[in-house]
Design a protein around this ligand. Sequence first.
Ligand code: SIN
Length: 304
Amino acid sequence: MVSTKISLSGIDMDNPIIPASGTFGYGYEYAELYNINILGSFSFKGTTKDPRFGNPTPRIAECMGGMINSVGLQNPGIDKVIKEELPKLKECFYKPVIANISGFSKEEYVHCCKLIDKEEQVGIIEVNISCPNVKKGGMSFGTTPESAAEITRAVKEVTRKPVYMKLSPNVANIAEIAIACEDAGADGISLINTLLGMRIDLKSKAPVIANKMGGFSGSAIFPVALRMVYQVYEAVDIPIIGMGGVSSAEDVIEMIMAGATGVQIGAANLVDPYICKKIIEDLPRVMKKYNIDKLENIIGGAHR
Ligand code: SIN
């Protein structure tokens, strides 16, 4: 019998499969399709202090091997998430969840983390300093070690839950950002968010996306994500949640060998809403094929 169990900051999970924020709503939508309790956990849609309508449309562009989104952190705001979404989620998911938090100032991150800290079902807070779709805030906090450390320090002061900083790939040296977060007290690192990209419509001769640019995700970015997870694993001693273009059990194993403990599945959920279930069911077969008894034994296994 192979073991797919892993542990993230003291939270034991049946497997490392975690749907990524923004691709799995608040869980209950997918619970209509299958029993989502088979998941390791999941990261719910990025939440901000105030409700947000998001960016103008069109917000989505298709590309070879993926898609570009410019959603702009659409969400009902932290108060409504706590009052209306989390109780619904609790009815269909009994495991700890990951709360994804975004902000436009340090104070907004602190406000949200303080409130979410009181939510029993939240096991990990994933602090998004990497959204490429908003003008101020978002990614701008994740592109220098100083600002990444400042947000990390501020949220760590207001919560006892494990804090994972979600990093942007749109930087020259992702390892130095991860080190800054670790030094500032982060309990883990999530990476990567989307790559800044764009498309131009040949008929209108204008950008396809109203906001001109957006975040590129999907299987095409997998090698970039894998490389960054590998680099961050060499730079820090805290656990990593790896993501970016993961769409098969083989990809999950590669991510773990690069250094991830948990693995998030993002854009693939939008192509096939059953993909996480399929990967969970396929993992034991792929593990046997490559003589892997326990996933936890191969974390970082590709580092020599
Ligand atoms: C969005 O809502 O724009 C996507 C979230 C993100 O990329 O962090």
